[in-house]
Design a binder for this molecule. Structure first.
Ligand code: PMV
Length: 315
């Protein structure tokens, strides 16, 4: 049909572990999270891109450059999102991937997930400066992803051959500490200067994060709750030693730990106060909910390991 809307959605992501060290070539495990952004592109006779949010200024040049296109015909764009922006859930990667796929369909360009992923990585560079590529890979391919950046041009993106067993998955809760004052690029930059000045400290931290990421695999696939809690706690401590978690959020996390659970930041983090969404685990989720309430923070459950990019032709 001539002017039928083109609809593409993508999920958010959480880092189960490995954020920051992943920028330095260490592995990370990420999960696509059950909150989605939906992008609709409607072919339009009117000039320009209606309701563009400025995003077209980032995405269109990437497509034009890659396919050597001079002009993209006019269209209307609408974006609706369940993913909190700038809070460690990969909102920029999700919206970029969905928008890129929608434009490729609009332009009748043959595409596949690898192509969308590569172009979404270019968008992530505009948003974040020096991204690992883990966020875009996870929102595009979905599920649980083992990600490792070997060189700037070579990335291992391995979907894990299992889902998180329900014994564990039902006990995760996401607590939103709010949007960090610092954007991801800033925090990544702060870590980068520390890596230069405190080389051996950071080498040790990154090596330990890799060990924990590797230990996380069997803990998840074999439903080993005790191990999962130990790994999240230790991984969070290492992130705190990197200086990416504010004192305010450390206070929340210590409360969760003292109550028998574990929690961690799940993206770049934050230094001042808010650090975005926390990935929290407790055998008794009510305990997590009452801690969130005691800090007056919103919380929600969301599925981990959901489908990646999806297209749909009807509203
Ligand atoms: O803040 P987010 O959700 O974009 O996650 C950033 C994760 C980092 O490891 C800190 C950076 C990266 O590009 O992997």
């Amino acid at each position: 049909m001539k002017n039928s809307p083109i609809i593409v959605s993508a999920p958010g992501k959480v880092h189960l572990l490995g954020e920051h060290s992943v920028v330095y070539g260490k592995p990370a495990i990420l999960a696509a999270v059950g909150l989605r952004v939906t992008v609709t592109v409607i072919p339009s006779a009117a000039e320009g891109v209606a309701r563009n949010d400025g995003l077209d200024k980032i995405i269109e040049p990437i497509i034009k450059k890659h396919f050597k296109i001079k002009k993209i015909p006019s269209y209307q764009l609408s974006i609706s999102s369940q993913i909190p922006i700038g809070s460690g859930l990969g909102s920029s990667a999700a919206v970029s991937a969905a928008y890129i796929a929608a434009l490729l369909i609009f332009l009748k360009i043959q595409w596949d997930l690898n192509l969308v992923n590569n172009l979404a990585y270019e968008a992530e560079k505009v948003f974040h400066g020096n991204p690992s590529g883990g966020d875009n890979s996870t929102v595009v391919f979905g599920g649980l992803v083992w990600f490792r950046k070997e060189t700037p041009d070579l990335k291992i993106i391995q979907p894990l051959p299992f889902t998180i067993p329900s014994k564990l998955s039902k006990n995760f809760l996401l607590i939103n500490t709010g949007k960090p004052k610092e954007i991801t690029a800033e925090i990544v930059g702060i870590v980068s200067s520390k890596v230069k000045n405190q080389k051996s400290k950071f080498e040790k931290l990154f090596i330990d994060q890799e060990k924990l990421v590797r230990e996380l695999l069997p803990a998840l696939s074999q439903s080993n709750e005790k191990e999962l809690i130990r790994i999240i706690r230790k991984g969070e401590k290492n992130l705190e030693a990197m200086g990416v978690c504010s004192n305010y959020v450390k206070g929340i996390i210590r409360k969760i730990e003292n109550a028998g659970g574990a929690a961690k930041i799940c993206g770049a983090g934050g230094k001042t106060k808010a650090t975005g969404v926390l990935l929290c685990y407790h055998q008794d989720k009510n305990k997590l909910e009452s801690i969130a309430k005691s800090f007056n923070l919103p919380f929600f459950s969301a599925a981990l390991g959901v489908a990646g990019l999806k297209t749909g032709w009807q509203i």
